[in-house]
Unconditional design. Structure first.
Length: 438
């Protein structure tokens, strides 16, 4: 194809573009047609003026490579066709965005519907996470003993490696002023900063399993937990009906009943809940869940603590004044047949366990000023040697965390004077939670 301005034509004169078509060595060019000619849009034949296909007229002998400019401009794609093509592209893009957003299928489950339901249940507190809104930042490091390298080639498992850690302790729920005793679950979120620039982010709960297996069931649980306008609390009958209709929730409820909440962030164990795939230096891949087991002995929540709406943060601060806190990182390796896509099922207790090293927490700060404030603890941000399993909750968690992060950081940008880590405030209605981070 050759294009150009007619030789010696002034800059303000009509310009032409010349296209050359070669078929079997015979070169053709479109029949010339003035750009603004009425015939441009009047023709109705395949090769009639105004057709979207070029009229082919031999202009050179076989083997010719170029043609001389004609005295008239070549035919361009007809205006209606061009507009139709542009419209089709715009419609396709708009349709794709609309489908992704759920506008075309309002009944389809989307990330926004999940996060919106979290907000509807707890209320909207600008600048705070949509779940686990009340928490405290911590920091420290992880010391590897080298045993974790048996299952993963991730650099933090190499012998003697010390990896800096940013973390956060929190309680579930979207209300940053909720009493600490209002929920029976604690959470620990960690970011391991590997020396090669990679990161391992994880959000863990003090319960080793999840109440439901899929994002849809999680959403249905949120809907069942929404407060009754008359009482400000969830309807017990509606919750009972949900649990009865979903027997997969029974192991979670049974575990909570048998294990009273801990008296401290420091004496609780925390679990990955979901399974992940670990690959070692030999290329062997196995499914793994992990837990952090505390050095401090477990003790249940006391009656006096139940009267203190903010006891967890104060108790943690006091412990750290006395010295660093430690947890062992325990990797549990699945056997063939153990479910990796169902967080409602625990693996048998006799599975191989590897003590991979020690997590040390030696500093705490408010979540408004600490390093954890701007961290999205997305559990799918992983180093080489660890990757997500087929658990459907992982993708949903990642998407919900991202949307929650985007909303709260946008609110912070719009309202720079948002409050810092909250002091005691009048409590809002208690909201049951299953501990999903956001």
């Amino acid at each position: 194809m050759v294009s150009g301005r007619a030789k010696n034509a002034p800059l303000n004169s009509r310009t032409h573009t010349f296209r050359v078509y070669s078929i079997g060595g015979q070169v053709f060019e479109p029949t010339p047609l003035e750009t603004n000619s009425p015939e441009k849009i009047a023709g109705d034949g395949i090769n009639a003026p105004g057709s979207c296909l070029p009229s082919r007229r031999p202009i050179a002998s076989q083997g010719a490579l170029v043609s001389k400019p004609s005295s008239s401009p070549p035919k361009r794609l007809c205006v209606p066709c061009r507009l139709a093509a542009i419209g089709a592209v715009v419609a396709a893009l708009a349709g794709g965005f609309a489908y992704t957003a759920g506008w075309l299928t309002p009944a389809r489950l989307t990330t926004a519907r999940i996060v919106n339901q979290l907000q509807a249940n707890a209320g909207v507190y600008p600048g705070y996470r949509r779940n686990h809104a009340k928490g405290v930042c911590v920091s420290g490091y992880f010391v590897s003993n080298g045993d974790g390298a048996e299952v993963s080639r991730a650099g933090l498992f190499d012998p003697g490696v010390i990896t800096p850690v940013i973390g956060r302790f929190a309680i579930p729920g979207g209300n940053p002023y909720a009493p600490d005793a209002s929920v029976p679950i604690r959470s620990m979120a960690l970011l391991f900063q590997l020396k090669d620039g990679e990161q391992w982010r994880t959000g863990m709960n003090s319960v080793p399993l999840f109440p439901v297996r899929t994002p849809l069931k999680f959403f249905e649980q949120l809907v069942a937990s929404r407060p009754d306008p008359a009482t400000g609390k969830p309807d017990p009958a509606r919750l009972k009906a949900f649990f009865a209709a979903n027997p997969e929730t029974q192991p979670f409820l049974a575990w909570l009943k048998a294990n009273p909440p801990s008296s401290s962030f420091a004496n609780a164990a925390y679990y990955s809940v979901n399974a992940f795939r670990f690959t070692n230096a030999d290329g062997q891949t196995r499914a793994v869940r992990w837990a952090t087991q505390p050095e401090a002995p477990y003790a249940p929540l006391t009656a006096a603590q139940k009267e203190d709406k903010n006891f967890l943060g104060g108790e943690l601060e006091q412990r750290l004044k006395e010295g660093a806190l430690r947890w062992d990182l325990i990797l549990t390796v699945a056997a063939p047949g153990d479910p990796t896509n169902d967080a409602t099922q625990q693996w048998p207790a006799d599975r191989q366990q590897i003590d991979a090293g020690t997590l040390v927490i030696d500093h705490e700060s408010s979540q408004a000023e600490g390093l954890c404030r701007d961290v999205n603890f997305d559990p799918t941000i992983l180093p080489a040697g660890i990757r997500p399993s087929d658990d459907p909750l992982l993708a949903a968690r990642s998407a919900a965390y991202a949307l929650s992060f985007n909303r709260r950081t946008h609110e912070e940008a719009q309202q720079p004077d948002l409050p810092s880590h909250p002091a005691a405030q009048p409590s809002q209605p208690d909201q049951p939670s299953n501990g999903a981070h956001s």
